[in-house]
Ligand binder design. Sequence first.
Ligand code: SAM
Length: 324
Amino acid sequence: MDAHGRLIDYLRISVTDRCDERCLYCMPEGYRGWERRPDPLSREEILRVVRVAAELGFRKFRLTGGEPLVRRDVPELVRAMKALPGVRRVGLSTNGTRLAALARPLREAGLGTVNISLDALSPEGYRRITGGRVERVLEGIAAAVEAGFERVKLNTVLLAGVNEEEIWPLIRFAARHDLPLRLIELMPVSPAEQLDDTNFLSAAAVMERLRRREALIPVSDARLGYGPAKYYRLAETGALVGFIGAMTNHHFCDTCNRVRLTADGKVRPCLGNHGELDLRAMLRAGAKDADVAAVLREALAQKPPRHEFCGAYAPARPMTAIGG
Ligand code: SAM
């Protein structure tokens, strides 16, 4: 439990800060804010943190980045994580570009759930936002469905003036493939100059637009994993749509259940707060398991009651370095 009575049993692990796409709101083209020399935690170091975290009571783990699948050892990492006592579920957040080849090996390694980013369906819209090719991602989604994961979800960041026209096609796509779609409010987590406040589109505004088309039926018991989305079933399309109102929902942090491990080995109690605790230096200076456990406990003690996104929060490092 953290100091605010929340059960924290979910660790999101960024395995790399590198990515093979250049999303407008995350790590736009020309981004130069890398660590000078990439020095992510090794597989052994990650496994050590996971083992100690599981001993403390963490049960759910998610690999993210950057784009986790640019790192080659993810299937081995998943397999080794799943073999650790206490590790109940390992999930992955990915842009899907490499899933066509990797979905099956990941499933065989024991990966349970996959969240795939999809901000547009049209090739031009997708290219404009990410710099990449939507066809590769659609192949990746098909491969993930085929591989038989416990759950595959789609994630779309809401961008006023950028992908508003894509939302309805995305909902129909999600319904057709029976995949939950989560619509995420843009958070100020990246030094992206391509976007500003005028690009913010609230979850409430989108709900209102959808309601004009068809009824939204609240699905209160479907937590569908461990995320913060509120889900609705669209009465006619049948789509299951989750809204992640990080910026506008005042109760957003009340059910927070997670801390993060950054690619460079910092434990981050809250995405929307600058506080971090350095594990990498400790791990490399011969720390004992008890020292690693103490840092994780301290992260829980330092976890703030809510994020600071709505104040004058400016990210010290981009989402890609922290792990989305
Ligand atoms: N590359 C992987 C992916 O695409 O899912 C994992 C990392 S990515 C940072 C994780 C999620 O964070 C993606 O769904 C992405 O769209 C979202 N994200 C990145 N920057 C964001 C921002 N400024 N506001 C809201 N969501 C953001």
